[in-house]
Write a protein that binds this ligand. Sequence first.
Ligand SMILES: [Zn+2]
Length: 255
Amino acid sequence: MKKKRRIPIPQKAKVRAELQKEISSICPFCSNNDVGHFQIHHIDEDPSNNKMDNLLLLCPTCHSKIEKNDIAKQTVINTKRHIKNKNSTIEFISVSVDSNNCGWIPFENTPYAFKAKYLKSLFPIFNFSFINQSQKTILLTSISLKAKQLPIGLAGPNYPLPNILRPLIKYRIQMPNNNKTVKTLLSEEIEVPKGRAFKFQVELYAKKMDIFKPPFGKYALFFEFEFTNNTSYKTPMILLNSDSYYEELTHIGIN
Ligand SMILES: [Zn+2]
């Protein structure tokens, strides 16, 4: 692979201050708080990619552990995602599949991974649950979905178990092409009072069923939910596989 050139981070002091705030001045891996000596790590190992999403401030010891692969890249990616979501006023509770109404079931031992099992419906129907932890009523206004076809898949971070809320509403979202994002503005918005949990369903659809047939049927899905008051939430990566193309789901990637 061609090595990319390091590009100095523009407005480095400002970026560093923001990264420091993001981790509350504590190394996200070892709780070291000697923040003056912390270093900026490029998560995708591309030193020219200075986007905030690709940067993580951490102590020099943990930085060198990442370089020696003593801390796995996937752990770093999950940690960054967790830190970002922790600062959101929307709390993610769970995502599951509605196995009563679609042919998909959970994939063994892999969080947020599902497989096609029965020819009940072509596409998965997800149940998403969140809690509005902000001080205001919010509206869910759009859903963005990026789909990535996988050579291999990934395990997400651990979150609490599914709860038992009744879904309020079902949205049908078109499955994007590989590496594309489709943003759907919602005509029926969910209004959520502060402190309230809420649940809704998302049913994927595509023009052709072939999209989930082997060897095409392995996908990583990245949902982002946008609310009013500049609030948004990116869910953990969701993996889809087809039962007849059974392979261990492991995938390394930011998105
Ligand atoms: Zn550390």
